[in-house]
Design a protein around this ligand. Structure first.
Ligand code: C2E
Ligand code: CA
Ligand code: CA
Length: 256
């Protein structure tokens, strides 16, 4: 049996048994220096195979249909913690990755409505990170559903901008409120594309998050380029929730 076969076989049971975990990576507001949001990222340590990278189990989940179960789990965890931070007076939005396959069905939007109501997270504290699907089955229906979600106060974010999977046209079509620059743009020091993306995004009222900030120089670069928020190892790795809480608490003591 290949690793992929074992992942496909064992993932649904692992999700059901709550053996997956969400870790959270901070995003800093470049104007205020405050942590404005955290991105929830799924983690899974397989009993026998050890840690499986999300790039691998998400792809398998998309192929087998388990992505809906994975997506419900990630959304529920992010809403639960988002509500808890809100209750403790933290102004912290939570960003959750949503697969194009989840968006394709109306069920996702019903689940989202239930999750918002059930968890009590303020909709303004939730961000949905979406990526380009090769083919959208019914783009108009999707835009209409996303508009409803936006009316609730949830932000739609276009992930991986600059990879060829996401475009400014798509961001505009989906009435997105946020654009996330793929870390490959920073890695290859593509200032021109970054500057153009920032100016186009700002023109249509979108916020820009730079991802994959690994050095002080890159942080200066994205700030100078006019990005609104930054996320990356230079600021913090993705952290399990208790460690994130400690990290946030240290910031309270020594404001950045
Ligand atoms: P993504 O949404 O683009 O998430 C950002 C990825 O970049 C994460 O990888 C994060 O750990 C990594 N990263 C953050 N800062 C840096 C940095 O400074 N340098 C470098 N080199 N990498 C950085 P991760 O956690 O391995 O996730 C990989 C991908 O798996 C995610 O990419 C996302 O597409 C997918 N994914 C993860 N969790 C979920 C989930 O719950 N649902 C769905 N649908 N997809 C998920
Ligand atoms: Ca993402
Ligand atoms: Ca990304």
């Amino acid at each position: 049996m290949t690793t992929s076969d074992a992942v496909a076989r064992d993932l649904p049971g692992a999700i059901a048994a709550q053996r997956l975990e969400i870790v959270f990576q901070p995003q800093v507001d470049l104007r205020t220096g405050r942590v404005a949001a955290v991105e929830g990222l799924s983690r899974w340590t397989h009993d026998r195979l050890g840690p499986i990278p999300p790039s691998q189990f998400v792809a398998v989940a998309e192929a087998t249909g388990a992505i809906h179960q994975l997506g419900r789990f990630a959304l529920a965890e992010c809403c639960r913690y988002g509500r808890a931070w809100h209750d403790r007076g933290r102004e912290l939005a939570v960003s959750v990755n949503v697969s194009p396959l989840q968006l394709a069905g109306a069920a996702f939007f019903d689940e989202l409505e239930r999750e918002l109501a059930g968890s009590g997270i303020p909709p303004a504290d939730l961000i949905l990170e979406v990526t380009e699907a090769e083919q959208l089955s019914d783009p108009e229906a999707l835009v209409a559903r996303l508009d409803i979600v936006r009316d609730w106060g949830v932000t739609v974010s276009i992930d991986d901008f600059g990879t060829g999977h996401s475009s400014m046209d798509r961001a505009a079509t989906l009435h997105a409120g946020e654009l996330k620059l793929d870390r490959s743009l920073l890695a290859r020091d593509d200032r021109e594309t970054i500057a153009a993306a920032v100016s186009d995004a700002h023109r249509i009222g979108m916020r820009v998050v730079a991802e994959g900030v690994e050095t002080a120089r890159q942080l200066d670069l994205v700030r100078a380029a006019g990005c609104d928020r930054a996320q990356g190892y230079y600021i913090s790795r993705p952290l399990p929730r208790p460690e994130l809480d400690d990290w946030l608490m240290r910031l309270d003591v020594e404001p950045v």
